[in-house]
Design a protein around this ligand. Structure first.
Ligand code: AMP
Length: 538
């Protein structure tokens, strides 16, 4: 319409241009894969991103082509991220922690044309290369001096970009063009590719910077421990440059001591990772008595942040944990837990009750809970339902598989959750794990959390087992702590007063081992298969 605002596509190239123009000297610090700490800045990252784009263009990479990275968080990975996306190609970040067959499957499904990788993964790439017919060239993120002889004709990144100058103009295209591709590591079936667009990334990065999200500004130093291959780097690879935050990248080392060193030496104010990383850091601090001055906010997501972890960060170190929920399909920020004026006065256990929730949505994300028929369930903080989500940075479907949303745009997350009257969402289960007893739902996670509090229990899983009257009833499967022999009666007595009577597991089985996935989650489907013929009647 005449007189309306300008058409200014929200492109990745504009984010790095902005960072270079306004915050050009801001540091990007990396613990390099080769060893030493490496320092560069946004101006230089932009210049090298332009070289990446120019070199890819010369190679014949075109709009929509996939270019893969199998790499740690480093400045070179950031240059690639912007070079590939800026050209209009798709940056396909591959998770090196997957099984090799899965990596090959994903690479072939995406038909990625080039593969950029770290020295760490060169042996893996050498093994995989014969099974990757679409990969035309392997480029290793290092210089000529560090690249060993290899059987795949790999060239060093520094020489590869060194062959061109930065005299290149970013192309302009529709903001709804794909920019990134990330596959989910589903526990069943083939992995599914989530395609982020330039527009979704830019809007998601804006919401990631908000005060109730990362609260990120050019005065912050952010350490994304979360890898760039894990769910779009939780938005930080776009949000950092967007506000000109100083970035610290951990390279290959994510153990407690290494992360602590970076947090301390580089005076990090914001950081983000899954609970396992923070468990390692807290153990390190416990052992050494070290302190974490300057760190203000730790965003924890990917799986539930334990109550004790949220408390330890606050009570021992004065650090605010922001518990967050999201998934690869949600870019990934879906909800984040900060306090509202209505609950800011809370203290003690009541405070923890709120902080333990996964939180409320930023602008741009809508959530709802429904029953199996799609009817909305009450937001009373107790009733749980299937968690649905929609918004401009939520997947509509999967790469090459088509749409996965209902007629109103809702994406079914596969999670089961409650929403309280203030809008705080809390995950209670995965929809395939929730136990359906007499038409009511029982949270397997809640029962497991209680069971692991029992002094004789090392690990616990609760699964639904067929029941002639109630459809399904909970069965508690536990692994005993070394030297302990938990009894059925003491375990069941342990639940009393903690959950409703009809939630009590009908039986207990002690096993020597519970099966796990590659990422350490309990393989419930396998357990259910093991106990398919289990009868509560004996
Ligand atoms: P992924 O796409 O691999 O990151 O996995 C997303 C899934 O991880 C979600 O659907 C949830 O089941 C789980 N998840 C993510 N964040 C949390 C959280 N804060 N608490 C509990 N589960 C979570």
């Amino acid at each position: 319409m005449l007189g309306l605002m300008q058409d200014w596509p929200l492109l990745a190239s504009r984010i790095i241009d902005h960072a270079a123009a306004n915050h050009g000297a801001r540091e990007i610090v990396t613990r390099s894969v080769e060893g030493p700490i490496h320092r560069t800045n946004y101006a230089s990252v932009r210049e090298n991103a332009l070289k990446v784009a120019k070199r890819l263009d010369a190679h014949g990479v075109r709009l929509g082509d996939r270019v893969a990275t199998l790499a740690w968080n480093t400045w070179r990975h950031l240059e690639l991220w912007y070079g590939i996306q800026g050209l209009g190609a798709i940056c396909h970040t591959v998770n090196p922690r997957l099984f090799p067959e899965q990596i090959a499957w994903i690479m072939n499904h995406a038909e990625s044309r080039l593969l950029f990788t770290d020295l760490t993964f060169l042996p893996l790439v050498e093994k995989l290369k014969p099974h990757l017919p679409h990969v035309e060239q392997v480029i290793v993120l290092t210089d000529a001096a560090h690249l060993p002889e290899n059987g795949v004709g790999a060239v060093p990144y520094e020489s590869w970009i060194g062959a061109v100058d930065a005299d290149f103009r970013w192309p302009t295209f529709d903001e709804n063009t794909a920019a990134g591709l990330c596959y989910t590591s589903g526990t069943t079936g083939d992995p599914k590719g989530v395609l982020y667009s330039h527009r979704s990334n830019a809007l998601h990065a804006l919401l990631a910077c908000l005060p109730d999200s990362f609260a990120l500004s050019c005065r912050d130093t952010a350490l994304p421990v979360v890898p760039m291959f894990h769910a779009n780097c939780w938005g930080l690879a776009h949000a950092g440059p967007m506000v000109g935050a100083r970035l610290v990248l951990p390279g290959a080392k994510m153990d407690g001591a290494s992360i602590f060193e970076l947090l301390r030496d580089e005076k990090v104010t914001r950081t983000a990772a899954v609970p396992t990383v923070w468990l390692m850091l807290l153990q390190h601090l416990d052992k050494t008595g070290d302190r974490l001055d300057g760190l203000e906010r730790v965003v924890i997501g990917g799986s539930a942040a334990p109550r004790a972890m949220i408390q330890a960060f606050r009570d021992r170190y004065g650090i605010e944990v922001v518990h967050a929920w999201g998934m690869t399909e949600t870019s990934p920020l879906g909800t984040l837990c900060t306090l509202k004026p209505e609950n800011a006065h809370l203290t003690g256990e009541a405070w923890l009750d709120v902080r333990e929730k996964q939180g409320f949505t930023p602008f741009g994300v809508e959530i709802e809970i429904t029953d199996d028929e799609g009817r909305a369930r009450p937001h009373d903080g107790e009733t749980f339902g299937r968690l649905k989500v929609r918004g401009p940075a939520i997947a509509r479907g999967y790469f090459r598989l088509g749409d996965a949303v209902d007629g109103e745009g809702w994406f079914d997350t596969g999670d089961v959750a409650t929403i309280d009257p203030l809008g705080y969402m809390q995950i209670t289960d995965r929809s395939k794990d929730v136990i359906k007893s007499g038409g009511e739902w029982i949270s397997s996670i809640e029962l497991e959390n209680i069971a692991v509090g029992h002094p004789d229990v090392a690990e616990a899983a609760v699964i639904g087992v067929r029941h002639p009257k109630w459809d399904e009833r909970p069965l508690l499967v536990v692994v005993a702590k070394e030297g302990r022999t938990p009894t059925r009666d003491s375990l069941l007595a342990f639940f009393e007063g903690k959950v409703a009577k009809w939630w009590l597991p009908d039986d207990v089985v002690v096993v020597s081992e519970i099966p796990h996935t590659a990422t350490g989650k309990i393989r419930k489907a396998t357990l259910r298969e093991q106990f398919r013929d289990y009868s509560f009647l004996g």
